[in-house]
Design a protein around this ligand. Sequence first.
Ligand SMILES: *Cc1c(COP(=O)(O)O)cnc(C)c1O
Length: 410
Amino acid sequence: VTGLPLHVDIPGYAVENNTLLVGGRPITDIVGDADPPCYVYDSALIRRRIEELRRDLPERLELHYAIKANPMEEVVQLIAPLVDGLDVASGRELEIALRTQTPVTEISFAGPGKRDAELEQAVRAGITVNVESPGELRRLQLAADAAGRRARVAIRVNPNFELKGSGMRMSGGPKPFGIDAEVVPAVIAGLEPGLAELVGLHIFAGSQNLNAEALMEAQSLTVQLAIDLARAIDQPLTFVNIGGGFGIPYFKGDRRLDVPRVGVHLERLLDTARDALPQTRFVTELGRYIVGEAGVYACRVIDRKVSRGQTFLVTNGGMHHHLAASGNFGQVIRKDYPCLIGTRVGGPDLEEVAIVGPLCTPLDIIAAKLTVPVGTDVGDIVVVFQSGAYGLTSSPAAFLSHPAACELVV
Ligand SMILES: *Cc1c(COP(=O)(O)O)cnc(C)c1O
């Protein structure tokens, strides 16, 4: 237990003189005179999380970082040497990945709606393209022809099962992601060997899952599907990307994912796959789990008001920087992210307030109900935890034309 007054237990943060420390430094020093709002990412926590994953997951399971969770250059540069590969979802993310030392063979590009220019960029760079449809494969082969180079292709498979209990389901039934499992063999049979080289399969079932049981079930189905497809296509596979979907706790009642348990299951699963896929490398791709807990978002109280008995703290930051914390990114019923007052962590007397941002919309809520020390007022710093993933770049930054948030790595 960290001792922080949060509704979920988040390791790695401390308090000194009633002020929150991030990376061992007071939040007030970190944001200093730079007018928050600011995202602060703790490099030691990112490193520690990757070390734990290496310890808990099978040694032969390769670990990729999905850049879209947090594409800040400094964060990606920090993570790249600690993982085995990078997954990108756009041409811009590909440029970020190419500026790291990661070998191009360990960079893959997934996502529906890749433009011709992005496909050509990918072929020229020599990275792997995870193809999402037969049409995209045709366009990729045209790009390969134009570039005079063979494309490295992985087929993104839309499996015939779902990842149960996932925050965002990305598989099963009709989906924009991947090629339906039942037509994958026909699509692979149609590859032009001079233009495209099949290197693997990519099966990503869902995101933000805290349920080890559900993840393990999906992993078993994923590996079995890869084995079945490999048999049907009768071609060797260099790698199978089994997805990820490891979640972090955000809301009251969320329990941490039991990663060691998932790791034991994966060890057994990969052992049983050895007979059918002896040459195949297995990859897991994680975004949120690597960076999510290592980041906080800090903004300042600029007004305190009481409306018909309810106290509001109005801040200079909100959903334009942090859509997810406002509850408008993937939540069905809005719940508060873990928050506290970084300049006044605890106190003998407490009161209940609502914390809202500066936008002219009732959607701009940071905390609908937060217990804070009495006296919290203008100038205090509100800190939102679990903000290292899907924060700044997942938010409508241009809405209302307020100043941009800064990002710092400590
Ligand atoms: C978004 C995404 C990820 C990362 O998901 P997290 O929940 O952040 O771990 C991995 N793979 C694919 C294909 C994705 O679209």
